[in-house]
Design a protein around this ligand. Sequence first.
Ligand code: GAP
Length: 452
Amino acid sequence: MVANTMEELVSLCKRRGFIFQSNDIYGGVKGLYDYGPMGVELKNNLKQAWWKSMIYERDDVEGLDASILSSPKVLKQSGHEDTFTDPLVDCRSCKSRWKGDQINNSECPNCKSKDLTDSRPFNLMFKTAIGPVDDGSSFAYLRPETCQQIFTNFKNILDSTSRTIPFGIAQIGKAFRNEITPRNFIFRVREFEQMELEFFVEPGTDNEWHKYWIKKRLDWWIDQGISKENLKQLNVKKEELSHYSKATIDLMYNFPHGEEELEGIANRTDFDLGSHTKNQKDFNITSKVILNESSTTKLGVQKLGENKHYIPYVIEPSAGVDRGVLALLNEAYTEEKIDNDNKRILLALKPHLSPIKAAIIPLKKNNDKIVNLSKEIKSNLQKVGLGRVMLENSGNIGKNYRRHDEVGTPICVTVDFETLDDKTVTVRDRDTMEQKRIGIDELVDYYKNYFN
Ligand code: GAP
């Protein structure tokens, strides 16, 4: 069982350039974080692994990259304008603000005063003006989830790809929520990324597809390096289901601050396409949708071999990228005793997720021959195309190994004087710390095999 503290992860993230507080030099803004040189690689690798598993390795899912600014009409129909709220309570004494579920015994968690306002709904969506005149007549929301534009593009994608049900549309991108109390590092933030698949199925087949996607998604997280014992399935209680859901399974991860949701897999029924379709009455929509008088497009599909049209059901695995990054950092963070006096911190990420795939270290920084050969080796490994290969020409060799252990670089390649004579390099393995000499001419194959 992994038992790291959040402080250990936050400290590593800052020290090694994974994640920084956003707007830091001006005091920071709560609930916003920036991904540094190592963080952006890790995050991109995670997103790429998801994209590969959803699109390239399947034959029934298409990709999408839709706009973030969303028409209020979309978010009215989806129910967000009316119901995407959290209960907000103010403390009149210390002026702090709380989410309703943080209040116990009618007492302010900060100053213990009982002088609190009644709880009132607070809509979590960010609004912004569209166009040059900010007179409130034309505004947009920053999308609170990525999926709504998948639904509004359903017909475009259906028509342009000739897909038939069942099939899915996948999207990775930013979402924004004005969380009342962002907390726990990148776990609950105001700007984050989601990886969402909307998988469209025929009503009646939805329960089977729901089960299918729960298993797929569990297996995928385990493939990324999440240990089974840290991942649980939570069957969301009927009274806690979102307004669109018939059934939701949350994948709960054992984060440093406790067990919380990493991904939700919902059976959204015909709520979404039923909400956004024109001529709702033409379809036998089973869920409770808001009357739609502004959509221009029918979102039903024809039942195979029949002259009937129906609104497809949707199964939605929706994962948070930032929560994924936090879970992976937690899994990978390891403190290891090397001998009686020394320990090392190691980020034992799966190699496909490692920010740096290999570090090439010239032993003498001021020796042109060694540095130029190192650059050539770097360039040859970089061309293999597995991700970032780094020329590490600062610090001493011990410091370099320590740094690359901490950012999870699987292989370090050291170029020294011997290399100039016999064309061999030292290859050091992150996990075993074993070092061996191999020929430069064997290096590309060694590198490729390592990652296969
Ligand atoms: N389209 C469905 C949907 O958005 P959700 O449970 O609200 O469902 C899905 O969000 C995932 O997005 C969550 O499981 C979580 O990983 C991530 N997420 C939601 N709110 C977040 C926040 N404030 N900060 C970071 N990640 C968040």
